[in-house]
Design a protein around this ligand. Structure first.
Ligand SMILES: Cc1cc2nc3c(=O)[nH]c(=O)nc-3n(C[C@H](O)[C@H](O)[C@H](O)COP(=O)(O)OP(=O)(O)OC[C@H]3O[C@@H](n4cnc5c(N)ncnc54)[C@H](O)[C@@H]3O)c2cc1C
Length: 344
């Protein structure tokens, strides 16, 4: 466990692969900036890799004050042990008060290893992060300016606020898309801190010989319009209705967990807490009840249209426009209306 340092910085792990920063790292910069401003401290980014110093300006532009660069040929490709060791050493040296990781496959491997090594806590898949005070119900001790690590819990039946008053740094992972990426400010600059950390050969026992990267076939995050289908669609064949509506509107196809589990569509289309978080201009939810885990991934859409046969479906509580009825009737009408609308 590292020392508790209320003046410590707010850090992010600047995840990069092949010299390209992961989107979630830049999204975390904006959140870290906001938290650090409340605390009156600086934002740091830990950037391990090889020949990656050129990524520092992008981090500065997104709100980072200090980039801790560990440039080493052994860190060219991510492997858990040396990356975790580097983070552990830096945390030990600088005692940040908060460390944020992207909940990417890499971050999910790396974050818990760091937490275990330094005996700190880690809250996975946070959907919000805030700064606030806490009074211990038993001891009545008051803790100021803790990180509220907010995430659905108990199968999504509650939204839990988790705090970590003692075992610092306070650490959390956040899925890609949960926080919007802030506009970069190219005029911002910061300090590049170059760190040399000796890596014992025992840490380098894994060698990456080849990396196969599957190209993303679905871009839900970047879509201006998303049409999602749920269990109410009823079958894989009927899911064509959702695709047709998405085509007519020029949007991407999303889905609820139930639709994915029923095999109507692949998991790469999943929207929600365990899928993609989207913020399109228009989100059309068809045959989706509106469970908290689904809503977590689309509630910030600018406009939501819900189509559901149950007038009491929770999705209607967040929809701008609700259409109560059978989707098998409404969606074809919708498609027809879109196709027949006059073009300017
Ligand atoms: C840890 C955890 C993580 C989860 N993560 C996610 C996640 O990321 N994303 C996600 O979506 N879910 C997630 N879930 C699952 C979530 O709790 C719900 O079970 C799921 O979202 C329900 O999907 P649905 O709305 O399609 O199905 P249902 O809840 O079964 O709703 C179907 C809806 O269709 C309507 N309907 C039926 N027939 C018609 C018709 N003919 N016309 C119009 N409407 C009709 C019904 O009225 C109903 O409202 C998660 C659950 C857990 C426990």
């Amino acid at each position: 466990m590292t020392k508790k340092n209320p003046q410590g910085e707010v850090w992010i792990f600047a995840e990069q692969q092949d010299g390209k920063l992961n989107d979630v790292a830049l999204e975390l910069c904006g959140k870290a900036r906001a938290l650090a401003d409340v605390l009156g401290v600086k934002v740091g980014a830990v950037l391990p890799g090889y020949q990656v110093a050129g990524l520092a300006p992008a981090l500065f532009a997104h709100g980072v004050d200090r980039v801790y660069l560990v440039d080493d040929p052994n860190l060219r490709r991510f492997t858990s042990a040396p990356y975790a060791f580097v983070m552990e050493k830096l945390i030990d040296k600088y005692a940040p008060q908060i460390v944020l990781y992207g909940a990417t496959p890499l971050g999910r491997d790396f974050g818990p290893r760091v937490a275990s090594a330094i005996r700190a806590g880690l809250t996975a898949d946070c959907v919000e992060l805030e700064i606030g005070d806490v009074v211990d119900a038993k001891t009545k001790e008051e803790y100021k300016n803790l990180l509220y690590q907010i995430r659905p819990a108990f199968g999504g039946n509650i939204v839990a606020t988790i705090v970590n008053p003692e075992r610092w740094p306070q650490m959390a992972t956040v899925r890609e898309g949960v926080f919007p990426k802030q506009e970069p400010d190219a005029s911002r600059s910061g300090e590049l801190v170059e760190e040399k950390i000796a890596l014992d050969p025992s840490l380098l026992c894994v060698e990456v010989l080849e990396r196969m990267v599957e190209e993303k076939t679905v871009d839900l995050k970047g879509a201006r319009i998303v049409v999602s289908g749920g269990a109410g669609v009823g079958s894989k064949e009927n899911f064509q209705l959702i695709r047709d509506l998405a085509d007519a509107l020029g949007g991407a196809v999303g889905a609820s967990r139930a639709a994915v589990n029923c095999g109507y569509i692949g998991a790469e289309h999943l929207v929600g807490q365990t899928g993609v978080t989207v913020r399109p201009a228009l989100y059309v939810a068809v045959g989706i009840s509106g469970a908290i885990q689904h809503i977590a991934g689309m509630q910030d859409s600018a406009k939501i249209i819900a189509i559901n046969s149950d007038p009491n479906a929770p999705i209607f509580s967040i929809a701008r426009y609700g259409i109560v009825g059978d989707l098998n009737q409404i969606v074809p009408w919708f498609i027809k209306a879109v196709k027949e609308r006059p073009t300017e």
